[in-house]
Design a protein around this ligand. Structure first.
Ligand code: ARG
Length: 458
């Protein structure tokens, strides 16, 4: 029998109940629902809205429910419409009339807005914790490769020499910004909506700041319509999570490439790769492909949330129940991806000799050759043109800038001297780029130190 049977002449059709029900996916918020109810009851008693004895029975009953859910003694009832109804009905079943007083001055609309904020703010911390671990693993790997020269790319064409450490730490910076975005989203979601009632507040003399304090909120919502009807905090979190996935997906794409025979810059540990059911030689980077693929799910969750919200008149509408599967899926997916990537990055083997060999081909020191001429006083555009001519000459004659003779250099410009060979040496090229943020080992070491300090203060 539905809670609202008094108003209705017919029982709910079973199909409607199944359709309306959210307990399958909102049950995971039970702990927050119970914590919120305990704080609400505590405040109701302090304000003299319910009796202290009733409050005590409510709290004892709720703690018992929490205990029994966690021990497995109490299972969700699929017939209950949602986690809020389930907990309240179970409470009343256990403690009788006092249980019926819990919902005084509260609506499921402000209750669900509360639960989801409490659930998600913890998930914000969980994702930040995982990002912190992943960025830490990147720092560890980078520390071992400060001098590992590899080609840096633009347009996937070999462009200029960098180091593997420099490349990894680019992702370190992205992950740091990701943590900042999630922290910002958390700060805006950490406002207590309870007290908004169904939409128009309540006539009871509630002490909202007290409840906010009990539940660890930074403040209380300032408008009851807004308190129950926006889910912008879900959108913000999903958007920050989408950017996490963009970063993980780009990194994954690079790992897929680096594992190919064409690159062979790295090799994944056997425990983090998969074989083929037919091709005995295969070792596939499935994990990274799945991360790349799962990014689509998270973007889809974000789009789902935006679309669900955009046409809703104030205040609560049932459409908003759809927020949960989307944001839960986004959070679950991101946590799963990061958790799997952490040990994969930790255990991957780097092939410095393959990176160095790739760096030796493709004329990635051509800019440095032009810069050499500039340092002798030549205007950059002239130096650029002469070097371009030398590269074309090398291609025609199967040479590299390193194997050109001094005579060949001098034929292009008399400005060249024997010190050009040091100027175009790849190690020299990398070490010379010591501008802050550059790939020189000392600059990258500074970046790692800055990243580690930022991670420690998260
Ligand atoms: N299960 C609902 C949700 O997730 C709870 C709020 C229901 N409120 C209502 N008036 N139908 O949004």
């Amino acid at each position: 029998m539905a809670l609202w049977a008094g108003r209705f002449k017919k029982a709910e059709d079973e199909r409607v109940n199944d359709f309306n029900s959210s307990i399958r996916f909102d049950f995971r918020m039970y702990r927050y629902d119970i914590q919120g109810s305990i704080a609400h009851a505590t405040m109701l008693a302090r304000q003299g809205i319910i009796e202290q004895g009733e409050c005590d029975r409510i709290i004892e009953g709720l703690n018992g429910i929490l205990h029994d859910i966690e021990s497995g003694a109490l299972e969700l009832d699929p017939a209950a419409e949602d986690v809020h109804m389930f907990v309240e009905a179970e409470l009343t079943r256990r403690i009788g009339d006092a249980g019926k007083r819990l919902h005084t001055a509260r609506s499921r609309n402000d209750q669900v807005a509360l639960d989801i904020r409490m659930y998600l703010r913890d998930e914000c911390d969980a994702v930040i914790g995982l990002l912190r671990q992943l960025a830490g693993v990147l720092c560890d790997q980078a520390e071992g490769h400060l001098e590992t020269v590899m080609p840096g790319y633009t347009h996937l064409q070999r462009a200029q020499p960098i180091t593997f450490a420099h490349h990894l730490m680019a992702y370190g910076q992205m992950l740091l910004r990701d943590t900042g975005r999630i922290r910002d989203a958390k700060a805006r979601m950490n406002v207590l909506p309870l007290g908004s009632g169904a939409l128009a507040g309540t006539t009871y003399p509630l002490d909202r700041p007290l409840v906010a304090g009990l539940l660890g909120f930074d403040g209380i919502s300032a408008n009851s319509l807004d308190g129950v009807s926006d889910r912008d905090f879900c959108v913000e979190f999903a958007s920050a999570l989408s950017l996490v996935m963009v970063h993980l997906s780009r990194f994954s794409e690079e790992i897929v490439m680096w594992c190919s025979w064409e690159f062979k810059f790295i090799e994944l540990d056997d425990a983090f790769a998969t074989g083929s059911s037919i091709m005995p030689q295969k070792k596939n980077p499935d994990i990274t492909e799945l991360v790349r693929g799962k990014s689509g799910r998270v973007f889809g969750d974000l789009m789902g949330l935006l679309t669900m919200l955009k046409g809703l008149p104030l205040a609560y509408n049932k459409d908003m129940q759809e927020d949960k599967e989307a944001i839960f899926d986004a959070v679950d997916t991101v946590k799963l991806c990061i958790s799997t990537m952490i040990p994969m990055i930790e255990t991957m083997k780097v092939r410095p000799e393959r990176m160095r060999a790739a760096a030796a081909e493709g004329f990635i020191n051509a800019t440095d050759c032009a810069d050499y001429l500039v340092k002798q006083g030549m205007p950059f555009r002239d130096a650029y043109k002469i070097t371009g001519g030398l590269v074309a000459y090398c291609i025609d004659n199967h040479k590299t800038l390193e194997t050109l003779t001094l005579d060949e250099y001098r034929a292009a410009s008399p400005v060249f001297g024997p010190d050009v060979y040091d100027a175009i040496n790849l190690e020299t090229c990398v070490k010379g780029r010591k501008v802050p943020g550059g790939p020189a080992p000392e600059a990258v070491a500074a970046c790692i130190a800055q990243t580690r300090a930022a991670l420690a203060s998260l």
